[in-house]
Design a protein around this ligand. Structure first.
Ligand code: MN
Length: 715
């Protein structure tokens, strides 16, 4: 175990200004709080936080990170509280400790590896400060290094799988390849011990057979490069067991056929030298087609840069060669942490908003000397438009921001949504409109008799929930029409003293082009098909002259009704009762030339015929409806129109305008200043008008004012 003074010395070596006394206090606090607690290895518990801090010194992390590493398990596992830590070490450290504690509480509770991506996002989303994630990764690395002490096989497997699914990819995303490699190999060793062992044995065999080939190749490559006058360091290594295993699986080849088990790194001082060195290698050794990759001109999304190539090396062995500069090498090994040093003198960000870490990361990258090269790093996605919540079984559900328990219920299954009557969030009953937070555990309370409420439509955010609520309301209407239709024809049967028989009705379905009985009932309920027509189709013998007259009268009445509807409607050309709305893009007013567009779910939208939005529907002629204003209807309905007016900026200008508008029998519903200069103001003003004539009146009344320079209808 790292001793107290060794740890302090390490931090001092890269940060001479680090608060030595604070580090010592944190060390002593951890030892005291963990007291006689033991690890499964038998070591005192506090050896763990000390080792975690040690790992983080390899990444040259700042004082607060190292102190947090020492304290990271004290809130979770000892009597220490947030307040204690804040009192002793300040708010920054206390917040970091709390962040790590929160992260540690979300264990993967389920076995579902398909959820790995969601978990990674959750971990990212919860790591408001990137240092929290770095500490968590170091914590996991030390736990993996000591995993063999854990006695429960099942627990070992779970932790190893979680490491492979969640933490190794996160380390990779942050560009921390050294950490990723070690996590992967440790997990692989636990999960597939036989495969691991056989690869190790095989590697050993090859090493013995080939003598110390790696070193000889290193020497040869060094010679090749220095002969060309370049200064370079060359390192050789065997590939890692996990990467060999993954390759065997991916390409489905046995180990014997994996021959390029050796990889070499050439580290030079600048980018030009990288390409120069590549030229030397390609000239001296035959290159293997398809293996050359230029990650310098196109860095990986985590910022990784290098040239990769594969050649038949000095001893006729296939080898892999990576060429990079010193900076690239540092970034490849340490990732995000490599930039940390640039940050030392920056003021800590004080806004406690989520994803602060992401912005800090951006700051880091922007302040690094090679900002252009590392901007790719920003692609580490931000998940601020998404949240992740647990089911009681521990499954993770990803939802858009502002999602509610109803969205959650529909995300599980539409049945759960339809019968959702309440929700427990983290064990407490909460209203269904509660906005869910990252990491919430949500239990949906269901009742068989519960049905979706139209209210829900106002607060759900997912398309699935919205569609389900609307579908339900539509279905409800359909059921009502169906029942109405059925009772209409049943009444006719009664009047005509016929025994009710739905089999008879079913027999005439083809005549009315309806697929099912229910559909025909709906048509009758809506009045599209007359119940009497259906009845006399079944019993033509009942159609007396008298009935015929009644029938014609009824039909006439019905068409009269249709006309009546038309008469009262402001718009001609629509089926009565259809829902319509006036589009907000062009604010049509009676008198304007208009068209109707059938929209999904919102009935017919009325646009002005010159509205630019209409272009969207150019290829869908079936949506267009020919309509016009109904001039014979006098209505008090008013329509908002947005005007852009320029006025002189004098006292009373606004009062004059408002008086004029109201004298023109209109009303200002909205007004704001677009721009203001010394003498003038530009105003955007919504006025309510009845029709185009009324609008003309209002506009010319305004134009006649001295203070008004121009009035335009806003497009
Ligand atoms: Mn720990």
């Amino acid at each position: 175990m790292l001793r107290q003074f060794e740890l302090v010395e390490r931090v001092k070596s890269y940060d001479p200004n680090a608060d030595e006394e604070g580090l010592n206090r944190a060390y002593v606090f951890a030892v005291k709080m963990h007291g006689s607690q033991k690890r499964e290895s038998g070591d005192p518990y506090f050896s763990h936080p000390v080792e975690v801090a040690g790992i983080l010194t390899e990444y040259k992390l700042d004082y607060a990170t190292i102190v947090t590493a020492l304290l990271h398990d004290t809130v979770e596992d000892t009597a220490a509280s947030y307040a204690d830590i804040e009192g002793l070490f300040g708010k920054e450290v206390a917040d970091l400790v709390e962040g790590v504690t929160k992260l540690s509480r979300i264990q993967t509770q389920s076995e579902h590896t398909k959820q790995a991506e969601n978990f990674r996002k959750l971990v990212l989303a919860m790591s408001e400060d990137i240092r929290v994630l770095l500490i968590k990764l170091a914590d996991r690395l030390h736990n993996m290094r000591t995993l063999h002490f854990c006695k429960k096989e099942e627990k070992r497997m779970r932790i190893a799988q979680e490491t492979l699914d969640i933490y190794a990819p996160l380390a990779e995303r942050l560009g921390m390849n050294k950490m990723k490699d070690e996590l992967e190999d440790l997990a692989f060793k636990q999960l597939h011990p036989d495969a691991y062992q056989s690869i190790i044995t095989r590697l050993k065999f090859l090493r013995e057979k080939g003598g110390n080939l790696t070193n000889e190749i290193v020497e040869q490559l060094k010679k090749d490069i220095s002969e060309a006058g370049l200064d370079a360091e060359v390192y050789g290594r065997e590939k890692r067991p996990y990467s060999i295993w993954r390759k065997m699986n991916r390409q489905n080849i046995p180990f014997e056929q994996i021959c390029d088990i050796m990889a070499f790194r050439i580290v030079v001082s600048n980018i030009a030298d990288c390409y120069h060195a590549l030229g030397i290698i390609h000239t001296k050794y035959p290159m293997i087609p398809g293996r050359y990759k230029d990650y310098i001109s196109t860095p990986k999304s985590n910022g990784y840069q290098s040239l990769h190539t594969g050649v038949i090396g000095p001893f006729k062995q296939r080898i892999e060669v990576q060429i990079r500069t010193k900076e690239m090498h540092e970034v490849a090994e340490l990732g995000v942490a490599a930039h940390w040093q640039y940050k030392q003198n920056m003021a800590p960000s004080v806004d406690g908003k989520q994803f602060r870490w992401m912005r800090e990361l951006l700051d880091l990258l922007n302040n690094s000397t090679n900002s252009d090269e590392f901007l790719e790093n920003t692609k580490i996605s931000m998940y601020n438009d998404q949240i992740f919540c647990f089911t009681p079984k521990g499954d993770l559900i990803g939802l858009p921001k502002d999602a509610t328990p109803v969205d959650f219920a529909y995300a599980i299954h539409s049945n759960v949504g339809d019968h959702c009557m309440g929700a427990k969030i983290n064990g407490e009953i909460k209203p269904l409109r509660t906005v869910l937070q990252n990491g919430d555990q949500v239990e949906i309370l269901q009742s068989k008799t519960q049905t979706p409420s139209p209210e829900w439509e106002r607060f759900v955010v997912t398309a699935k929930a919205k569609a389900a609520v609307r579908r339900f309301i539509r279905n409800q209407k359909r059921i009502q029409f169906m029942e109405l239709g059925r009772s209409l024809i049943q009444n006719l049967y009664k009047e005509e003293k016929q025994p009710w028989n739905d089999k008879e009705v079913e027999a005439v379905l083809p005549a009315f082009k309806q697929p099912t009985l229910d559909d025909l009932y709906v048509m009758m309920g809506e009045g599209i098909v007359l119940a009497s027509d259906v009845f006399y189709k079944i019993h033509p013998e009942k159609r007396s002259t008298f009935q015929k007259v009644v029938n014609i009268f009824k039909r006439k009445q019905n068409t009269n009704k249709q006309e009546e509807n038309d008469k009262n409607s402001l718009i001609k050309g629509l089926i009565s009762g259809i829902s319509l709305h006036y589009s907000r893009c062009c604010h049509p007013v009676p008198g304007d030339k208009i068209v109707g567009i059938v929209t999904t779910g919102k009935g017919v939208a009325i646009h002005r015929h010159d509205c630019p939005m209409l272009k969207k529907y150019a290829s869908e002629p079936e949506r267009w409806i020919d309509i016009d204003w109904n001039d014979s209807v006098s209505s008090d309905k008013v329509f908002p129109v947005r005007l852009l007016i320029t006025v002189t900026n004098k006292p009373n200008t606004l009062a004059t305008i408002s008086t004029t508008v109201s004298k023109a029998q209109s009303n200002i519903s909205h007004l704001f200043t677009v721009s203001k200069s010394s003498g003038f103001m530009e105003l955007s003003m919504d006025v309510d008008v009845r029709n185009t004539q009324h609008l003309e009146d209002v506009m010319s009344a305004l134009k006649n004012l001295d203070v008004v320079l121009s009035v335009k209808k806003e497009k």
